[in-house]
Design a protein around this ligand. Structure first.
Ligand SMILES: [Zn+2]
Ligand SMILES: [Zn+2]
Length: 363
């Protein structure tokens, strides 16, 4: 057969194509499909046939603006980091996986040696190689090489597309852990994009009793309710502060989880939080500096936490997704093949009211 080689470097043998399709980001809002060699694997690396990749808010940001803060895209770039697939080859030192295993891929591969890695806060590893964060290339490819300790087995009952949600769900889980969410707590989650919706799932899993959510888009609020929100506030027509006051007898909520990046949402979190409560900032604000009422924060002795990605969340995220079954599939609104990458990116970037998670299938 043309274009087929036999890989016999690791513990398994498998016949694979020598070339694969890759989606390149060529410039601002411009993507195209090209071809590259299928990577070879050795050592602790595993080759995964990528079955589904979710488009993330950060992908859209790099796609549109070519940068996030100081991080600039170097074109051509490969995007995508929320991914799952099947093991097709393993390096000689791989012990945890074999050909045919279905896996979710945790995108950030760390150094394992720095103080943060040793402390278990490996999301802060200065040498992390995070899929799709420039200059590291991402998962819009048919075959991806990844170190085995950042792969996690998934049940046959969990679809690949649902398994990709382990990434945004990890952000939500890390946030509720950082904030120390207790069973029975009342929370406000502002912003019902994919991360906000996954934070609803995380808060519910950690036992939050009252989950009040806010957004501008009715579709998102409707999905939030299906995922466990107890009260949904359409910001344009209803008052979040009043709703919080009513549900908490004027005390404020135990925790606000801010996922929208909206400056006003972050500022008003201080009023919504009870005395001694916690604010967890998840969404990146549109501008770097945000004025906050620090006086009020001090008087209420509010804990302010920030989260950056996540650590040690994948096994829990996967087991929650497995237990939710297809309930979580509401979040996925659009599906594209890799050849339709331009349409997929446009849909994700431009259709905020009709679209939530846009999924790309490289194979
Ligand atoms: Zn993401
Ligand atoms: Zn490290």
């Amino acid at each position: 057969m043309k274009n087929v080689i036999v890989l016999n470097r690791g513990k398994e043998e498998n016949s694979l194509p020598s070339k694969m399709k890759v989606a390149y980001l060529q410039g601002p809002s411009e993507v195209s499909v090209g071809q590259e060699d299928v990577p070879e694997v050795s050592g602790k690396d595993v080759l995964i046939k990528v079955m589904a990749v979710g488009i993330c808010g950060s992908d859209i940001h790099y796609y549109t603006h070519g940068r996030i803060g100081q991080r600039m895209v170097q074109y051509p770039h490969i995007q995508g980091h929320e991914c799952a697939g099947v093991v097709v080859a393993t390096g000689s030192q791989v012990t945890r996986f074999k050909v045919g295993d279905r896996v979710a891929i945790e995108p950030g591969v760390t150094c394992q040696a720095c103080r943060w890695c040793k402390e278990g806060r490996y999301n802060l590893c200065p040498d992390v190689q995070f899929l799709s964060t420039p200059p590291v290339k991402g998962a819009f490819v048919q075959y991806l090489k990844h170190r085995e300790d950042f792969l996690f087995p998934i049940a046959d009952t969990l679809s690949f597309e649902n398994a990709t949600l382990a990434e945004p769900l990890s952000v939500g889980l890390h946030a509720v852990r950082r904030g120390g969410l207790q069973p029975g707590a009342s929370v406000v989650i502002s912003g019902m994009g994919p991360v906000g919706l996954m934070t609803v799932i995380a808060a519910k899993a950690f036992g939050a009793k009252e989950i009040i959510v806010s957004d501008m888009e009715p579709l998102r609020l409707e999905i939030a309710r299906k995922l466990g929100a107890t009260k949904t506030i359409h910001i344009a027509t209803a008052n979040l502060a009043e709703a919080v006051e009513k549900s908490t007898f004027g005390l404020g909520v135990d925790m606000v989880l801010e996922t929208s990046g909206n400056v006003k949402a972050l500022q008003s979190s201080i009023e919504l939080t009870k005395r001694g409560g916690t604010i967890v900032v998840i969404g990146f604000p549109a501008k770097e500096e945000v004025p906050l009422n620090v006086t009020l924060m001090l008087q209420k002795e509010i804990d302010l936490c920030s989260v950056y990605r996540y650590t040690n969340t994948y096994p829990l995220a996967i087991s929650i997704l497995e237990s939710l079954g297809n309930q979580v599939g509401h979040v996925i609104t659009d599906r594209y093949a890799i050849d339709e990458i331009q349409e997929a990116m446009n849909q994700a970037a431009n259709n905020q009211s009709g679209s939530l998670k846009v999924m790309v299938f490289p194979n």
